[in-house]
Write a protein that binds this ligand. Structure first.
Ligand SMILES: Cc1cc2nc3c(=O)[nH]c(=O)nc-3n(C[C@H](O)[C@H](O)[C@H](O)COP(=O)(O)OP(=O)(O)OC[C@H]3O[C@@H](n4cnc5c(N)ncnc54)[C@H](O)[C@@H]3O)c2cc1C
Length: 440
């Protein structure tokens, strides 16, 4: 069966189903379709043969490669960009685990159950998780940090179209689609104006290939929405609710407030409120701030190049809003701060600080650096297919020889744990693919 197939994406399916996989590297990987010359060749004419092919060189892919190689498998890592590392090299470096050597040295006492509860928390923010996969990711999170501290990774690249036979299997570790405005708009209409926050290689190739081969994908259109950035246009960017908490107001095209501006950055509902308002009115939402100690701390290290002035009206008009309307909004907000009355939008009392000048304003852009959907795997990192109920009640079964890890998979963790979970599932994938029996 395999021998008859050309190495198109369909050929990839066939290969997957018989447990021995072939991949035509470079343009296949870049464009998710086989190069003509390669697809014309028969499956017997491989350029290279290895035990394991890993697609994607981010944290998940490299972890899979290291583990597979440590288990004695020959491995090739394919990377479509000319930079190794994907989003895993852009990440802010927040790694949440428990029981690590570092934590023990500092007498930090967190349990696996607490990490698991954190992953499973806030289904209203991040949707449902697979409890079994989340459990494994939580249990192994500390071990992964210790492992990372002990390894080093070297990688190399090749040019040209290459057909590679993977005798034991393939690990899909192609990351998210949060680097592609087109894919973001395609999969989630609400995010058509979203700022892509990932590396340009994050174009959802893995997700497209998963769908093409009939793998079970879940939550493909879901995004966590990670940042609300004001001042992108002027190049003077403030990450609104992250580490620079510049308290202020979000204003719609009428110069009115519409949401609790102090919604924590991890809660995507704040970012979502901005995106939805922007889509509804067809123009960007405006961040409007007064002078606070937080702003002065920022100004002490770098200028904020936004519209600025001594009066509310002049700053509002500089960003295209009606000065009188914004003045009324600011006066209403300031009076709530002073009288201690409940805020119209549920903003906590501690953040009810009156706005005083000089004032600053800039449009807000929302971005995401992660997507939530992709391959559904089991706890062994095997990519699954969905089936009509079998006699024993099963609804899924592993696709032989196909593993997946990282953000190419369904998201089963919490904000700040993505890279660590990518590495953890990548390690599991690498350990297991190396144990596969080579195809005859
Ligand atoms: C700015 C930023 C900050 C972040 N901060 C944090 C943080 O503090 N903590 C945290 O936990 N997470 C954070 N994240 C998220 C986290 O970094 C990523 O979700 C995680 O690293 C993804 O790992 P991965 O291996 O699945 O994908 P990636 O690291 O993105 O790797 C995927 C690789 O696959 C390659 N690829 C794609 N398609 C193909 C193809 N067809 N053929 C070959 N190669 C392909 C890509 O080019 C890329 O190199 C952040 C992300 C960003 C962008």
């Amino acid at each position: 069966m395999l021998e008859d197939r050309k190495l198109t994406r369909r050929g990839f399916v066939g290969a997957a189903l018989v447990g021995s996989m072939g991949v035509a590297a470079s343009s296949f990987l870049a464009g998710c379709s086989a190069p003509e010359a390669a697809s014309d060749k028969g499956a017997e004419s491989w350029d290279e043969e290895v035990d394991v092919v890993v697609i994607g060189s981010g944290g998940a892919g490299l972890a899979a490669a290291v583990e597979a190689a440590n288990a004695g498998a020959s491995v090739i890592v394919l990377e479509k960009t000319n930079i190794v590392g994907g989003d895993s090299t852009l990440c802010d470096g927040i790694l949440g685990g428990w029981g690590t050597k570092l934590a023990k040295a500092q007498e930090i006492d967190v349990s696996a159950d607490e990490v698991y509860d954190w992953f499973m928390g806030h289904p209203d923010w991040y949707g449902p998780k697979d409890p079994e996969v989340a459990r494994v990711l939580a249990d192994k999170s500390g071990e992964t940090i210790d492992w990372l501290q002990e390894i080093g990774v070297a990688a190399s690249s090749k040019k040209g179209d290459v057909r590679i036979k993977a005798n034991k299997g393939v690990v899909m570790a192609t990351g998210s689609y949060a680097g592609s405005p087109a894919m973001l708009a395609q999969l989630n209409a609400e995010s058509a104006h979203l700022l892509p926050g990932s590396n340009p290689g994050a174009t959802g190739d893995g997700l497209a290939m998963a769908m093409d081969i009939g793998a079970y994908t879940a939550r493909a259109s879901e995004l966590p929405l990670m940042s609300s950035l004001a001042g992108v246009e002027s190049g003077s960017i403030v990450n609104w609710n992250y580490y620079e908490r510049l308290h202020g107001l979000w204003l719609d095209a009428n110069g009115e407030r519409f949401f609790n501006e102090e919604t924590n950055y991890e809660n995507p509902n704040g970012h979502r409120a901005i995106v939805r308002k922007q889509n509804e009115q067809g123009t960007q939402v405006i961040a409007f701030i007064g002078t606070t100690p937080e702003l002065e701390a920022v100004l002490a290290v770098r200028p904020i190049e936004w519209a600025t002035g001594e009066t509310v009206e002049e700053v509002a008009e500089a960003v295209g809003l009606d000065g009188a309307k914004v003045k009324a909004t600011v006066e209403r907000f300031n009076s709530l701060c002073e009288t201690g009355e409940a805020d119209d939008f549920g903003r906590p009392a501690e953040f009810m600080v009156p706005l005083t000048g000089p004032f600053y304003a800039a449009p807000i852009s929302v971005s995401t650096s992660v997507t939530m959907g992709g391959f559904r795997t089991n706890t062994e990192a095997q990519a699954l297919k969905l089936m009509a109920p079998t006699k024993d009640g099963s609804l899924t079964s592993p696709i032989p020889g196909l593993y997946a890890a990282g953000v190419a998979c369904e998201w089963n963790c919490a904000a700040g744990a993505t890279v660590l979970c990518a590495v953890t599932l990548g390690r599991i994938a690498g350990q297991n693919v190396a144990k596969e029996t080579p195809a005859a």
